[in-house]
Design a protein around this ligand. Structure first.
Ligand SMILES: Cc1ncc(COP(=O)(O)O)c(C=O)c1O
Length: 396
């Protein structure tokens, strides 16, 4: 249809002139999407929880609730934070959002004017990158090694910025099972990061949406648990242990920030219907659920590591995540994983090229992220074999 309106001429400055639409298309060997395992969805239990929740509290759905969300779910979250993270938080410190991504968007809305500086890991979550770029933040990417964000580099950066009269608005960091790198922030680094945050007066956004998916070792203390100065905003989600489609995540917010942040929740309380159901389903069985789903992730991770050993040994290096759903594969210099993607897709294989996660947009060309939550266990070996073949014989 032709239109009389010149829409591009009317758009706000932050709107991209050539919008990219994410294709919801899934591939037979799909290592791109950060979805939880579909086969582990507890459908029958969710149906039963829905009936029980509606029976008991369904009439309350007629109401608009306070912007922080359904109290019953915030109580489940506060209880989870006490048991899993060993932090005492009250439901009054928690905001439920349409996924943790909404809370990231609210934080950016709350803190960022165009040109403001934000510190992130050199490779980080694409959703946050997109929102930060849209807000025209100036991104500073800090290198990451096997212990997470390099706090020595962070200290140098903060110092250099201070010399220029710049105070970053916040430090956004992924603590457990990094997306995309698959590494963890060590306890020593967490302490250093907190110290730096206090010294320079910069808050930390601790994004721990994968922390529940631990396959090895005990849960280490979060920065939120170590924080005595109200420097940390903590993010969690039900997307990875339950279903991305429930669109429920949360933030634990320092009291001094809470009134400002809640003011940026412009869509009223997040889906009370989904909140009722999820609270009803998880109450009393959260740990059992986490164990069930982690077992599925673990078998897929192990299958992926074994397949990489068979098909990439000597040709690539990769991280060995102790949990979560991602690993980072690095190929020989000169490989272009973005250019190879089309050929991979023709072979039925999908992945995310490394450069997509680069905060400065300039590195990761010879790397790619493999996500192992979604593909069926039985498809992993064949998917990796096909990927190895595509990357060995580039016609791109
Ligand atoms: C690091 C990180 N943070 C936040 C999110 C947002 O998840 P959700 O909005 O489903 O809670 C994701 C999703 O993949 C993620 O990888």
């Amino acid at each position: 249809m032709t239109t009389a309106i010149d829409y591009p001429a009317l758009l706000a400055r932050h709107v991209a002139t050539s919008p990219r639409r994410m294709t919801p298309e899934l591939f037979p060997y799909d290592f791109a999407v950060g979805n939880p395992p579909p086969e582990a969805l507890p459908l029958q239990e969710l149906i039963e929880a829905t009936a029980r929740a509606l029976d008991r509290e369904g009439r309350d759905l007629a109401q608009y609730l306070a912007a922080e969300g359904y109290l019953g779910l915030r109580q489940v979250i506060a209880d989870k934070m006490a048991r899993h993270e060993r932090v005492t938080v009250t439901p009054e410190q928690i905001i439920v959002g349409n996924g943790s991504l909404q809370l990231i968007a609210m934080l950016i809305d709350c803190f960022i004017d165009p040109g403001d500086t934000v510190i992130v890991e050199a490779f980080t979550y694409v959703g946050t990158l997109r929102l930060l770029r849209r807000a025209r933040a100036r991104l500073v990417g800090i290198p990451v090694d096997e212990e997470g964000m390099r706090t020595d580099c962070l200290a140098e950066t903060l110092h250099a910025l201070q010399q220029q009269g710049i105070r970053p608005k916040f430090i956004y960091t992924l603590t457990n099972f990094h997306n995309p790198l698959g590494v963890d922030l060590s306890a020593a680094r967490k302490r250093q990061l907190l110290q730096l945050a206090t010294t320079y007066g910069v808050p930390i956004i601790e994004d721990d949406v994968y922390g529940d998916l631990r396959m090895e070792g005990d849960t280490p203390p979060s920065m939120l648990a170590m924080d005595t100065a109200g420097s940390v905003v903590w993010l969690g989600t039900f997307s990875k242990i339950l279903a991305a489609g429930v669109r429920l995540g949360w933030a634990v917010v320092p009291p001094a920030l809470f009134p400002y942040l809640i003011d940026h929740k412009l869509d009223s309380a997040t889906n009370t219907f989904a909140s009722l159901v999820v609270a009803e389903y998880l109450r009393g069985r959260l740990d059992e659920r986490v164990q069930e789903v982690v077992a599925v992730y673990r078998s897929k991770r192990d299958a992926l590591l074994a397949a990489l050993e068979r098909h990439f040994a000597g040709r690539a290096t990769w991280t060995r995540p102790k949990g979560g759903m991602f690993l980072w594969l690095t190929l020989a210099d000169g490989t272009d994983t973005e250019a190879a993607l089309e050929q991979a897709r023709r072979a039925g294989v999908n992945y995310y090229p490394g450069v997509a996660f680069s905060a400065m947009g300039d590195s990761g060309r010879n790397s790619l992220r493999l996500a192992y939550g979604y593909p069926p266990l039985s498809a992993i070996e064949e998917g990796v074999a096909r990927l190895a073949e595509v990357l060995a014989t580039p016609s791109h």
